[in-house]
Ligand binder design. Sequence first.
Ligand SMILES: [Zn+2]
Length: 265
Amino acid sequence: MTAPTRCRAHPVSGPEPRGHEDAALITAVRRGRASAYGQLYERHVATAYHLAHQLTRSPADADDLVAEAFAKVWDALRAGKGPHSAFRAYLLTTLRHTAYDKTRKNRRIDLAEDMTELGRLAAGALTVPFSDPTVAGLERTLAAKAFARLPERWQAVLWHTEVKQQSPAEVAPLLGLTANGVSALGYRAREGLRQAYLQVHLADTAPARCRATADRLGAWTRGGLAKRERAQVKAHLDHCARCRTRAADLDNVNATFRHAGRHPT
Ligand SMILES: [Zn+2]
C-alpha cells in the first residue's frame, strides 16, 4: 500500500499576502525581538481562528488550539527552526497537526473505553455486514485493531467520510486537500483498512522464516503487492503449506468484502 503524504503544507487560500514583510519579521524574531512576533500574530490570528473553528467543537477549544499553535511556532523560531518566509502556511500546518494530536489522544481513550464503537465504524468502512452475532464481537475487535494500525491521515479521512458522513467538499478544508484529493485519499484509506483487517486475522504467530510472507499476506490477498514482492510471496507459498493455509483463511475473510457489495473486486 502507498503511504499518504504527511506534513505537507497546504495553505487554505492563495499566495501569502505581504510575504516579504513576514520574512523580515521572522528574521527579527530569530534575533530576539519579541514585538516582531506580536506583529506576525496580529497579521495571521484571524486566519488561524478560521481554521481552528473548523477543527474544534467549541470556541474555548479553538482558543486553546490557536494559542498552542502560535506558541509552537514561537518555540520553533527561537530554536532556529521553522519557516524563513511562508509564515502562514507553517502556522496553519502546525495548527492542523496540533488538532490531530489532540484528536488522537482523545480517540485512544475512546478506544480503551469502547472498542465496540470503533469496531462499528471500521466495519462500516469495510462494508462488512456482521450478521452472525456469535462472531460479530470478535470481528468488531479485529476491525478496530485494523483501524488503529492505519496512518493518522487515513483514520482522519475515514472518520469524516464514514462516521460523520461528510462529503469530500466538506472534508477538503479540514484535511488541506481538494475534494478530489479527499476522494482519492478515502479510496486508499478504505483499501488500506481492508488489507490491515486481513492482516490482523493472522495475529503474530508466524515463525521467523515465514514472517516476511505473513506480513504481506493482507496486501497479497487484495492484489496490492508490487511485482517483485508478489514473486517473493509466491515462491514462499509454493513450498510452505502453513502459509498456504494462512492465505486461504484470508481469502475467506476477503470474500466477505466482495459479498458486501460496495467494493468492485
Ligand atoms: Zn511460511
